[in-house]
Design a protein around this ligand. Structure first.
Ligand code: HEC
Ligand code: HEC
Ligand code: HEC
Ligand code: HEC
Ligand code: HEC
Ligand code: HEC
Length: 490
């Protein structure tokens, strides 16, 4: 099929008439096509995705560039072939009247179409892949393992990572794109922090994530909650608190205003200043009600001036900051497994021993699992029941402790209650007062947020007190904030 064609005026174009340049053109076209498709998908999609940027702005243009280089190289080679300029050189010239030419041209066209199709399907598939939980959670395995594992055990295990972390909208599209690209760089060059620090600075506000699924006007009312614990004594004495949690609601048209979700009252604003990166110290709070009446609360002794730009408006995540990634503390995890009967409560001192092995520091998971097994089996020699307990304790470790990323309950405060972390008591500590002294964010009124229906163990639990009982701390009366003593290991 190679024939001699007369040199005519269309030299620049005819330079491309060689197989290398033609293939280059097809690859270029494929890249361009993928780019347009990805760009379109990304801008039309409900959720924009940070990692898709890598495909759209790096890989697809990469193919365009490759095609360009091939085309150029083909043309250059062509030009430097002896005889090209004299016009006697043989160039690709397709004569469709000849069967061989028809076959080759047909193959070339079919190949090109196939390539375009494959690049379209490929782009579309990789787009979907990078949206998936599998990609977010597993692509950079060690880095995201703590979040993926805890997520799989949480109530949002069926909500995709991107629903909370990316979400729709142009502004977040750009933000996510920049941080997504940075994250890939950080992983590739091993520059990521361990553990990943929280609070996440650029997390989308709750109105655009949580409130897309959870209707903020919903009236929740009272919830019945039972907390089962076991004491660290020889008999692992059960100690249970059952209480009515006054969650209430924040919208007066759907239920009486009040309770814990009162903070979310539509039309009201609570803003606060925190003086540490983890938002655990809150010396100043401002409440603006629906009528615009402003009340400021200051912690005792805090006199600094307030910069408006440093304030944060309170939303769902100031209390529910671990909706998807809850790292159980050793104490909480062992309490749960004892309550479920998966750790045999009749083994003497098992609560103390199980919590003890889980609070040690280990360099990696393999070492931890081994030490857990050896420690517990030496504590209970000649006791066959310990085998099952070891398995459960190892499971607790695997699900909640991630030494490779140094992620565990210790690193991630949980703000929902007040036992192991200050939580609600960051503000409600009885030390935040308004300037006139009339308003106090109280802590010692234990019935503000919940009423204790019953507490203790055995027959004590049969008597319910709807109006609430005074809290009886196990053992002696205690003074001070709960989190002064309780730290997840106690
Ligand atoms: C229900 C919403 C939700 C879902 C679903 C979700 N996350 Fe999160 N994620 C959060 C919140 C809230 C935080 C804590 C933010 C803060 O404290 O600033 C967080 C924190 C993180 C952090 C920071 C480290 C940490 O543990 O706090 C990473 C990394 C993370 N998520 C990754 C993921 C991955 C990967 C998935 C999917 C496997 C996922 N998330 C699914 C809401 C969610
Ligand atoms: C894509 C939808 C979706 C988004 C976004 C979402 N959730 Fe949920 N949430 C759910 C579903 C589904 C459940 C489980 C309900 C059930 O099975 O009872 C749930 C359960 C909950 C619960 C009750 C269970 C528990 O763990 O205590 C809380 C609290 C909660 N979500 C808070 C949040 C917060 C805070 C955010 C924002 C960071 C959020 N959710 C974002 C869908 C969502
Ligand atoms: C002042 C802290 C606080 C804020 C702010 C807050 N919540 Fe809650 N919420 C709670 C507490 C405490 C509970 C009871 C949880 C428990 O007992 O484990 C709760 C319970 C819930 C539940 C579970 C209800 C059920 O039926 O099980 C959901 C869902 C929920 N909150 C969603 C939200 C959403 C969405 C927002 C933001 C609009 C929000 N919360 C804001 C403290 C808060
Ligand atoms: C950033 C500070 C802050 C945090 C954290 C906080 N609150 Fe509040 N809370 C307030 C303010 C301010 C008020 C209004 C007090 C007043 O009106 O005197 C309030 C009021 C309340 C009320 C009374 C509502 C009513 O019916 O009048 C309840 C109940 C409550 N909070 C529960 C909680 C719980 C539970 C938590 C933790 C999960 C929590 N709060 C965390 C600032 C906070
Ligand atoms: C500002 C609201 C608020 C006040 C005031 C408050 N609590 Fe709580 N408390 C909570 C919330 C919210 C939880 C639920 C935590 C959770 O679901 O993990 C809780 C949980 C508890 C628990 C169960 C803890 C566990 O994990 O076993 C006990 C016990 C308790 N509170 C006792 C008290 C006592 C005693 C006081 C008075 C000194 C008090 N609370 C004052 C909000 C409050
Ligand atoms: C002075 C230190 C101290 C303070 C303050 C304190 N506790 Fe305790 N708490 C203890 C000790 C010690 C135990 C016994 C631990 C054991 O036997 O395993 C305990 C046991 C408990 C238990 C049962 C055991 C378990 O596994 O959870 C609960 C529930 C509890 N405390 C709740 C609270 C609450 C809620 C507060 C705040 C109102 C509080 N504690 C304040 C020291 C304290």
């Amino acid at each position: 099929m190679i024939t001699t064609a007369p040199a005519d005026g269309s030299r620049p174009l005819s330079l491309l008439r060689n197989w290398l340049s033609l293939s280059g053109l097809v690859i270029m076209l494929g890249g361009l096509f993928s780019f347009c498709l990805l760009f379109l998908l990304d801008s039309l999609a409900h959720f924009s995705n940070p990692y898709i940027g890598i495909l759209t702005y790096l890989i697809a243009p990469g193919f365009v560039l490759l095609g360009l280089v091939m085309t150029g190289a083909g043309a250059l080679k062509q030009k430097h072939k002896p005889g090209y300029s004299s016009g006697t050189f043989t160039r690709v010239f397709v004569d469709l009247s000849r069967p061989r030419d028809r076959k080759v041209a047909g193959l070339f066209i079919a190949g090109s179409i196939l390539f375009l199709l494959v690049s379209a399907v490929g782009s579309y598939q990789s787009y979907h892949f990078s949206e998936s939980t599998q990609f977010c959670g597993q692509a950079c395995h060690t880095v995201m393992k703590p979040e993926l594992v805890t997520y799989q055990h949480g109530s949002h295990a069926r909500v995709a990572c991107v629903e909370c972390h990316i979400g729709p909208g142009a502004k977040w599209f750009v933000k996510a794109k920049i941080s997504g690209t940075y994250q890939l760089y950080a992983v590739a060059f091993n520059k990521y922090p361990r553990p990943i620090p929280t609070p996440i600075k650029n997390l989308r506000p709750a109105q655009e994530t949580c409130e897309q699924c959870h209707w903020p006007k919903k009236f929740v009312g009272n919830l019945d909650r039972t907390y089962e614990s076991f004491l660290g004594d020889e008999t692992n004495t059960p100690y249970t608190v059952r209480m009515t949690m006054k969650v209430g609601g924040g919208d007066p048209t759907h239920g009486p205003l009040g309770g814990i979700h009162w903070h979310m009252n539509v039309g009201k604003r609570i803003e606060y200043l925190s003086t540490d990166p983890a938002r655990q110290k809150i010396p100043w709070v401002r409440m603006v009600d629906a009528q615009g009446v402003v009340t400021e609360f200051r912690a005792k002794g805090f006199t600094n001036a307030i910069a408006e730009s440093a304030l944060r408006r309170m939303d769902c995540m100031d209390c529910h900051n671990r909706p998807a990634h809850a790292y159980q503390s050793p104490n909480a995890a062992v309490n749960l497994q004892l309550a479920l009967g998966r750790i045999d409560r009749t083994l003497p001192w098992i609560k103390t021993n199980a919590v003890f092995v889980l609070t040690r520091n280990y360099t990696n998971e393999t070492q931890a699992l081994q030490r857990i097994a050896t420690h517990l089996s030496t504590q209970y020699p000649n006791e066959h029941r310990i085998r099952a307990v070891i398995e459960v304790v190892q499971e607790i470790y695997r699900d909640n402790f991630f030494p490779d990323m140094s992620a565990s309950w210790k690193k991630y405060p949980d703000n929902i209650g007040h036992k192991d972390w200050p939580g609600c008591f960051r503000c409600h500590d009885g030390r935040h007062t308004s300037a006139d002294g009339l308003h106090i964010l109280k802590a010692n009124d234990c019935n503000t947020c919940h009423t204790i229906l019953t507490q203790g163990g055995g027959g004590q639990l049969d008597v319910l007190t709807p109006n609430g009982q005074k809290f009886k701390h196990p053992g002696d009366e205690v003074e001070g904030a709960c989190s002064d003593c309780h730290n997840g290991g106690l």
